[in-house]
Design a protein around this ligand. Structure first.
Ligand code: HSE
Length: 301
């Protein structure tokens, strides 16, 4: 018997929600198949991720499950990558969450969603040295997810009551150890005034998603702490954001640790002009890119 599960790309943070918000979308997916083998260990079969289980996000998650639950069986884990690596699209979390969901079913472990988020997030250590649950939460739940607690891990799925088109602008730049670096330059302390401004923005943005209030989403989707600290990595971002808002997109943010930018567009957005502006800005920074139009991932198969 074998079990295959797909997990999709996602955009973490959404501006002010560093490490606590994530949006699953249908742009790309990984598919992970798990089956028994005759050994006592975990074997990774992949053509684009490390094959040492403890260096692989899916492998590390499964090793942790086996250790915690005293599971001795041998498992083959075959990873087919569809989510591009290193572009801020939740690639590492897609593999680990698909692997955890597959193992949960194959071994009939009966783990609930939050427990699966916990084990999937463990895999992020292999990717960037720290276990953060945002991307993997949408890999387990789909949709827009909020981390309400990290210890123990608890996730809330937020209803979105607005009809978005998502436009991903994916610069053709990848950097070794990008997420690790991007996390290392985030400020470790902030002033109380900044804390107040950003809690107001997150709350306003979530209010906007739930009420379908585009002005509130635009008002809230701004970050002057994490996005600002990383701006040197994506010098085109502020220009792009200004231009897409001028063309009446709802808003835009950096997707995860970048460089991809996520634009929330709707039927009021002058899309063709917006795409022309993006072309001009990216050209002026001499940066190749691709565009992927997609929708929000509602459920998981
Ligand atoms: N919240 C994470 C970050 C997402 O911005 O570093 C990337 O894994």
């Amino acid at each position: 018997m074998e079990v295959t599960k797909k997990s999709y790309s996602s955009s973490a943070n959404l501006g002010p929600g560093y490490d606590i918000l994530s949006l699953g979308h249908k742009a790309f997916f990984d598919s992970v198949t798990v089956k028994h083998n005759n050994s006592n260990g975990v074997k990774i079969i992949s053509n684009s991720t490390p094959e040492e289980p403890d260096k692989n996000t899916a492998g590390l998650s499964i090793l942790k499950i086996m250790e915690d639950k005293g599971i001795k069986t041998g498992l083959d884990i075959t990873i087919k990558k569809g989510v591009p690596i290193g572009l801020g699209l939740g690639s590492s979390g897609a593999s680990s969450s698909a692997a955890v969901r597959s193992v949960n079913e194959l071994l009939d472990l009966g783990m609930g969603k939050d427990e699966m988020v916990y084990y999937s997030m463990y895999g992020e250590i292999a990717a960037c040295g720290s276990a953060h649950p945002d991307n993997v939460s949408s890999g387990i739940y789909g949709g827009l997810t909020l981390i309400s607690s990290t210890s123990p891990v608890k996730v809330k799925k937020i209803d979105i009551n607005y009809n978005f088109n998502l436009v991903l602008v994916i610069p053709d730049i990848s950097m070794k150890n990008k997420t690790r670096y991007a996390r290392s330059i985030v400020p470790q302390s902030i002033k109380m005034e900044e804390h107040i401004v950003h809690t107001s923005r997150i709350s306003t943005m979530l209010y906007g998603f739930m009420k379908g209030d585009r002005d509130a989403i635009r008002e809230g989707m701004n970050d002057d702490i994490v996005e600002r600290s990383r701006e040197a990595m994506f010098p085109f971002y502020r220009d792009i954001k200004e231009k897409v808002i001028n063309r009446n997109a709802v808003s835009a943010c950096i997707s995860g640790a970048g460089p991809t930018m996520l634009i929330f567009a709707d039927d009021k957005t002058r899309k063709d002009e917006m795409l022309g502006d993006i072309k001009n800005v990216m050209g002026s920074y001499n940066t190749d890119y691709s565009i992927r139009e997609t929708g929000i991932l509602e459920g998981l198969d």
